[in-house]
Design a protein around this ligand. Structure first.
Ligand SMILES: [Zn+2]
Ligand SMILES: [Zn+2]
Ligand SMILES: [Zn+2]
Ligand SMILES: [Zn+2]
Ligand SMILES: [Zn+2]
Ligand SMILES: [Zn+2]
Ligand SMILES: [Zn+2]
Length: 237
């Protein structure tokens, strides 16, 4: 039993001092009474003492369990420790009772519980469902582009986007507004009107480079030049 376990808000106001530990000043947890000075201490507070002397009068300590006080404490009415979150439960701290706060906290909708997906977060029991479907970083999702299934954290990470075959990527050719999927990027580039290409007559010696869409106009403008280059080339044969 841990020290300070009885850190509760009491329905009928602060319990009387006689129900509190003379060491930790919280409501006694498994109360022990010292024979030296009749002060009471939690069992856990005594267990933590190293010198085995009474914390109150410094005599070598000798204690007996105070069953009467314990019964009184077990009967104290407490609010749920999640009352500030909205839980309206009231009950006792009687550990052996079904109506005790320990039993209640196992089902209290406001109790913080670890995510059952193992993401490491603690969530109020009543929002666990939403967390698992909408927020958990470890929930299973499909990539919105390639539909690959995996943990949210991975599927939305840059390492997936770096290899996602269907990720839309803006064409890098200046002036092109197309956003082809990654897998069709090179296909697009072969027809992209804004791609920089060498003149179709480069094989006969035209050194002009231009956007693909300008080829036609260039051909019209360069009929003579292209013809001469072609003749020259033929002459070499
Ligand atoms: Zn104590
Ligand atoms: Zn004492
Ligand atoms: Zn509760
Ligand atoms: Zn989670
Ligand atoms: Zn993907
Ligand atoms: Zn393009
Ligand atoms: Zn040309």
């Amino acid at each position: 039993m841990a020290t300070g376990r009885h850190r509760y808000r009491f329905v009928d106001g602060e319990p009387r001092d006689g129900l509190k530990c003379s060491k930790c000043h919280l409501v006694l947890c498994d109360p022990q009474q010292a024979t030296c000075c009749a002060k009471r201490f939690c069992k856990s507070c005594l267990d933590q003492m190293e010198d085995k002397r009474c914390p109150s009068c410094r005599e070598p300590i000798n204690c007996f369990r105070d069953g009467g006080i314990n019964r009184e404490i077990m009967g104290l009415k407490v609010y749920c420790t999640n009352s500030e979150e909205g839980c309206e439960w009231q009950g006792t701290i009687n550990e052996t009772d079904d109506t005790s706060i320990d039993t209640h906290l196992n089902t209290c909708p406001y109790q913080l519980v670890p995510c059952t997906n193992g993401c490491g977060e603690k969530i109020r029991r009543n929002s666990l469902k939403t967390h698992l479907t909408d927020n958990c970083l470890e929930r299973m999702v499909n990539c919105q582009y390639c539909n690959q299934r995996g943990r949210y954290q991975l599927i939305t990470s840059s390492s997936h986007f770096d290899e996602c075959p269907d990720l839309p990527i803006q064409c890098s050719n200046e002036g092109c507004n197309m956003i082809p999927r990654r897998h069709s990027q090179s296909l697009h580039n072969e027809t992209c009107p804004k791609a920089i290409i060498p003149c179709a007559y480069n094989t006969v010696g035209c050194n002009k480079v231009m956007k693909r869409e300008e080829q036609e106009k260039h051909n019209e403008d360069s009929i003579t030049a292209h013809l001469q280059l072609t003749k020259k080339q033929l002459g070499k044969l």
